[in-house]
Ligand binder design. Structure first.
Ligand code: NAD
Ligand code: GLY
Length: 363
């Protein structure tokens, strides 16, 4: 199958290509030879991804002469903290890595966020390439340059906008991804369909089973449509001051739920419920019809994603956790709401009582 290339344009020659398809990884050596011939390489990954894909990447890189260092940390969100950056940077210094270093971020969103942030600060910045291995990272986190780590007070509170030199999305990585992780990524993919792209919505409806069965051309279309949407949004608002907020559909309440569960619930599950709450509030504000809300809920349900607030969670807890959200402006609840099929807008100052009513309607 041919590879697909999506260009993300940014000022000052900082734009880059997103290369998608089966065996896209094979394009990596040529890209390095053409752009980073004399650089040392450091693969940043987690221990699970390293175990599964070490031999694979070593074989791919064997065609070029660059010296390669591998550094890994324990898989999972708990590693997304500033001490991991310090440890990795120290290991790089110990290995003699200078500014002439290219970082390869091989893994899911946790690896991409850590390796991207590390690249933005190591010796005042070195280039990096995103090589996502989870669906979530392929459709969202590897594109757009949001990098960072968590603090005990909340997620992603330290970070930088720092763009990769390219993103290589090899869909074959998905063959080993556990089903529940694939599902979490589907929520982020559905976000583009529900909030930005009516034709992707239609595609989802027609292809739920094909998507779940990892049909190659269906996956290719799904991932490239998401990346295309994301590239357009990021090109228009790299630093998240306006239209990029639309990518937070489902995330305001979703983050509240995730935080109040002590991060035990999957991010995608929480975003799915958050999108249902956003749809409910949109109906209450006469922005969409009940039929449109039902279409959105049905799609999420068919994808195996939750539609209702799990037992034991009160609107009080969720609202309290939402108030810690870094995207909150002063005392306002800013939310992305729906105003049509595949259409969304940012509403500032959403009445807290409406949010409570919507959460209670879904409890
Ligand atoms: P993750 O990186 O923790 O990966 C999930 C699990 O899957 C890990 O255990 C990992 O080792 C394993 N794994 C990865 N690829 C695999 C494969 N191909 N086969 C088998 N196992 C594999 O989680 P994630 O869901 O990819 O990313 C979540 C993170 O992404 C969160 O920290 C979130 O804040 C961040 N995020 C960032 C952005 C952004 O724009 N930067 C956007 C959305 C989410
Ligand atoms: N995942 C949201 C963003 O990149 O802005």
């Amino acid at each position: 199958m041919d590879l697909k290339t999506i260009s993300l344009s940014l000022p000052h020659d900082r734009g880059y290509d997103i290369i998608i398809g089966e065996d896209a990884l094979l394009s990596l050596p040529d890209f390095i030879s053409s752009n980073f011939k004399d650089y040392r390489l450091v693969v940043i990954t987690d221990n699970t991804v390293k175990r599964i894909f070490y031999d694979n990447l070593i074989a791919v890189l064997s065609t070029i002469d660059n010296n390669v260092l591998w550094l890994s940390f324990n898989a999972g969100e708990a590693s997304k903290k500033i001490s991991t950056i310090e440890t990795l940077a120290s290991q790089m210094v110990e290995a003699g890595l200078t500014r002439q270093t290219l970082v390869l971020a091989l893994g899911g969103g946790v690896v991409g966020d850590i390796a991207g942030f590390l690249s933005s600060v190591y010796m005042r910045s070195v280039p990096f390439i995103q090589i996502p291995t989870t669906l979530l990272a392929m459709v969202d986190s590897s594109v757009g340059g949001k990098t960072g780590v968590d603090l005990p007070q909340g997620k992603n509170l330290i970070g930088a906008f720092y763009q990769p030199s390219t993103v290589i999305i090899d869909t074959l990585f998905l063959e080993t991804l556990p089903v529940d992780q694939f599902q979490q990524g589907l929520a982020e993919a559905a976000k583009y369909a529900i909030g930005l792209d009516a034709s992707l919505f239609d595609f989802f409806i027609d292809n739920v089973e094909n998507i779940k069965n990892l049909e190659p051309d269906i996956l290719m279309h799904l991932i490239s449509s998401c990346c295309d949407n994301k590239a357009k949004v990021v090109s228009g608002d790299e630093h998240d001051r306006g239209m990029r907020h639309l990518l937070n559909l489902g995330h305001t309440v979703g983050h509240g739920l995730e935080a109040s569960s002590g991060y035990k619930f999957g991010h995608g599950d929480c975003v799915s419920i958050g999108m249902c709450v956003a749809a409910r509030i949109s109906v209450m504000l006469n922005m969409i019809s009940e039929k449109e809300e039902a279409n959105c809920n049905d799609l999420l349900k068919r994808l195996g994603l939750p539609n209702s607030i799990p037992k034991g969670f009160s609107s009080d807890n969720i609202i309290k956790a939402m108030k810690h959200d870094k995207k909150r402006l002063a005392d306002q609840h800013i939310m992305v709401l729906l105003n049509g099929r595949g259409k969304s807008c940012v509403i500032k100052d959403v009445d807290e009582n409406l949010i409570i009513k919507a959460i209670e309607a879904l409890s």
